[in-house]
Design a protein around this ligand. Structure first.
Ligand SMILES: [Zn+2]
Length: 437
């Protein structure tokens, strides 16, 4: 990424920086790749001025759950297309998972992702490497080498670690190397070949069901094993009431557990699906029932779920055009997460705007240990998202920068989106248009 030579002055906006407890009208000066000042009445004749009147200036959003697909599955998404999607969605930093075509379970793959992102990516990319070699749950990946290469966390996401004993050992090694471990909680003996949430729909359609217990047993197991190892754990895509309760209980016991919710789990339940067997709604964990969705929202409200992440999982149209049971799991989210959060959590009053910023920036940056990100404290990285909370727009997959158009939110009317995305002091997106070169 080229660093902007010219300072940027964001004038007249409302600055919301939860890390500092700041919610006030102020100007923000970005210079030499860092936040130089946050004050009222700033002026600098050499700066390029961005008029932020009526807009909210927040620390650059951080999505800690993204599937970029490269190296190996570039027909679904590349580092370039994925970072363009991130910029359009207001994300300045993304952490990408290891289940690419050629797994990110070795030094060379981590270095490859970082190098391509640095050279051609529009936003910051932080690779999450595999915990076990080949995500196969048989032996550990080379954790020291992965750390040296610059991975920020470890996860076999897409798969759970199948044996609890291996997970226990892996967690201890990860702690010694200084890695956060991220759990895709699922008992595959219970989920089996399931494709659809267990219930009347799966029975009526004759689809193999996914029982909620598959996630709930996995969540409970991973939390208990992490507590036994006395190691921090982050739980991906929490989607059922009992999984939320497991995380809440762990926090009450002072276990170092964090957890995230995705927009598709807090916006959708089965009763809301117009075409329940549209493969664009097929995701793992699956869209659940109304009580589970309410529990996820309650978890977001009371802080049990302190992070919102997209689980952006692009697939080709050909793959998603197959019959439901054969289509791959996953939906895209980088370009809709902010709008869905503002429209379906902030507008109805489940979260304040500041709490939404915390869950989309402050907390994921802190949990991943991304120093100098997730805040606008002077000296921090000049990563900023300017949010227009009143902008009305309709989700149109044809406008996506992502190669993936597999979204269940096509045609949804949302209020609020990113007006500008600024990475390292450089404007990369303005009013929905990417700024490249
Ligand atoms: Zn997962």
């Amino acid at each position: 990424m080229n660093r902007s030579a010219r300072p940027l002055l964001l004038k007249g906006g409302t600055v919301v920086d939860p890390a500092r407890g700041l919610f006030a009208k102020a100007d923000v000066l970005l210079r030499d790749g860092v936040v130089a000042a946050v004050e009222r009445g700033l002026a600098l004749t050499t700066a390029e001025v961005i008029d932020c009147r009526g807009l909210f200036v927040v620390p650059g959003l951080v999505d800690m759950h993204v599937h970029l697909r490269e190296p190996g599955l570039e027909d679904k998404e590349t580092i370039v297309s994925g970072t363009r999607a991130a910029a359009r969605g207001g994300f300045t930093s993304i952490a990408c998972k290891a289940n690419t075509g050629q797994f990110v379970d070795n030094e060379a793959a981590v270095e490859y992702v970082r190098a391509i992102a640095e050279l051609r990516g529009l936003v910051n990319v932080f690779p999450i490497a595999a915990l076990t070699a080949g995500l196969a749950s048989e032996g550990l990946a080379p954790l020291h080498e992965l750390r040296e290469a610059g991975a920020v966390a470890l996860s076999d996401d897409g798969h759970p670690v199948r044996r609890a004993g291996l997970l226990l050992n892996a967690l201890k090694y990860a702690r010694d190397v200084g890695f956060l471990v991220i759990s895709h909680a699922e008992d595959t003996a219970l989920s089996g070949e399931g494709v659809f949430s267990a219930g009347p729909w799966s029975t009526a359609a004759g689809l193999e069901p996914i029982h909620a217990e598959a996630e709930e047993v996995g969540t409970a197991r991973d939390i208990l094993v992490a507590a036994r190892a006395d190691v921090p754990l982050h739980v991906d895509h929490v989607s059922t009431a009992r999984s939320v309760e497991s995380v809440r209980d762990a926090k009450r016991r002072d276990f170092d557990v964090s957890a995230e919710a995705t927009p598709h789990h807090f916006c959708l339940d089965q009763s809301m699906l117009e075409s329940p067997f549209d493969p664009n709604t097929k995701v793992n964990p699956p869209i659940r029932g109304a009580a589970d969705r309410k529990a996820v929202i309650a978890g977001l409200r009371d802080g049990t779920l302190e992070i919102i992440a997209s689980d952006h999982a692009p697939h080709t149209e050909a793959e998603k055009s197959q019959p439901y049971q054969h289509a791959p799991f996953g939906i895209v989210g980088l370009e809709t997460t902010l709008g869905l959060t503002l429209t379906h959590l902030v507008e109805p009053g489940h979260l304040s705007f500041g709490e939404a910023v915390e869950k989309l920036s402050t907390n994921p940056a802190r949990r991943l240990g991304l120093a100098g990100r997730g805040t606008l404290f002077p000296g921090s990285a000049a990563d900023v998202t300017v949010v227009d909370r009143t902008r009305r727009w309709t989700v149109d997959p044809k406008s996506f920068a992502s190669k993936g158009v597999n979204t269940p939110f096509s045609g949804w009317k949302l209020v609020g989106r990113a007006a500008c995305t600024i990475v390292g002091g450089r404007l990369v997106m303005a009013d929905g248009e990417l700024v490249e070169g």
